[in-house]
Design a binder for this molecule. Sequence first.
Ligand SMILES: [Zn+2]
Length: 153
Amino acid sequence: MNMDQEPQQPPKPPAPPVANANIAPGVNQPMPADLITVCATCGSAVPKYYTFCPNCGKSLNAKPLSTSTFTMIWMYGVSVFLPPLGLWPGIKYFKSEDPKAQRIGMIAILLTIASTLITVWLSYALVQNYVNQLNGILQGTGITPQQATGGLF
Ligand SMILES: [Zn+2]
């Protein structure tokens, strides 16, 4: 029996579909550049949705920081009204790679500093006002404000 073989090789079966999370980076899987980030620790290309680098296991910290208007308003609001709580997100944003996030972080830090200064100044003014009132009340009683407040002022 002399059966001629098929001249053409049967086409390779397509690779079975793999869940995205299991795709090894850089293995015949060209990915759009905007889905890839580079691990800051070992430099390997890693899909952006990874939380940890599959190569070296370090946290990728590549979750893009939101720079939406809502986030900006929220951060600036916290910076202004709840100092110094705005400092931590501000520093986090300031240290990020994204220049837009950096600017938001810088503004949040500046707002926190300004708000802190204003708070300190207002407190000082309030204390001064209190001392002045106390002076008025105590006038003629012979008691000094220092005695009345235990030397606090
Ligand atoms: Zn790595």
